[in-house]
Design a protein around this ligand. Sequence first.
Ligand code: AMP
Length: 418
Amino acid sequence: MEAIKAPRGTRDVLGDESWKWAHVLDVCRDVARDFGYSEVLLPIFEHTELFSRGIGDTTDIVEKEMYTFIDRGGRSITLRPELTASMVRSYLEHGMAHQPQPVKLWGHGPMFRYERPQKGRYRQFQQVDFETLGAANPLADVETIDTSIELYRRLGISNLQVLINSVGCPKCRPVYRSALQNFLGDRLRDFCETCQDRFERNPLRVLDCKKPGCRELTESAPLVLDSLCDDCRVHFDTVVTGLSRIGANFRTDNRLVRGLDYYTKTAYEILAGELGAQNAVCGGGRYDNLAEAIGGPNVPGVGFASGIERIVLTMEGQGAYPGERPATDVYVIAVSSDASLEAVSLVHEIRSVGISADMDYMNRALKAQMKQASSVGAKFACIIGSDEMKSGMVGFKNMASGDQELIPRDEVLVRLTA
Ligand code: AMP
């Protein structure tokens, strides 16, 4: 029988990588604390309607990428493809609108999209997500973008490109949409099939096409910034001024439209050169109509999501890891069989004072155990043989210097905690 493998588009994050993920989440937690976000843990599946109404029926995510199934109670359920809609649902469901505004939430966990897998693009991937709900103020957009920039700074990532744009609001976007359709209509036959398909349903996404031919054709397309209403224009200008004021390194990109319909006004992306074709490490923006779209009152919101796989790939590409993979501090070596129980007891004691320790369970010879001590990165080895058992002593070896001395068994903890 053939061995079962992990499904396409999923991956096992093993020990040599998972500690990097833990580090990323530790830094996220610190950033969340310093910027005032509280953590929420949300379900991995939701009612399908949350996403079809929230993200938008004509988006790639809803049309082609969701993992949707009917559960045993006959409900249509979807594994979440992103976190923003769930965050807003949770905000509404728990009456957070009645708390002092804005409410800042962050969370992380696996997302699911049936995409074509490639480097940095998976069907199950992990996002960290930061959202600010209840504030229409453009300075909340500045804070959101600042939060993401600060997160990457603390992770030691550099050379990122921060791109921002405005996608307007329901008042001015139709104006831009028809200006763009007029422009595209005359040249439609020259565009790729996907763009032709998007022309009617989601023409702004045509600007997003990565095919060189399509990009060339949209070079002289009308700019969204030229169609903004006064409110969206002032909002955008304030975001730009605010970002300049905090010294953020960014540029405006008129093509940036994002793949989710709920964005209004600010849309932004952060790109990393190390990622290749899937170069977005972060995507976000404002979504003032999302709460209404999922049946709530009007609640403005702004936020971003970043993929942990892509953060880790970028950090690896830039050699940005601070420190090394956590290692075992002490390796206890039992040289005779009667010393093994003593070793168990010593390992237990060392661990109980918060120092990491390990020992051999494979009956290896002394030399092999010493090799194991080196390979787990131990700073000290404690060696117990029959003689040591009789005398109540322990061989205490500094692995870096190679110095070894005999010390009383009772002194081991004193030495390790000194
Ligand atoms: P989005 O929710 O599409 O705005 O994506 C936000 C961020 O999530 C992106 O910038 C990526 O870092 C990450 N991301 C999105 N889709 C995937 C995927 N299929 N695989 C890995 N990371 C992803």
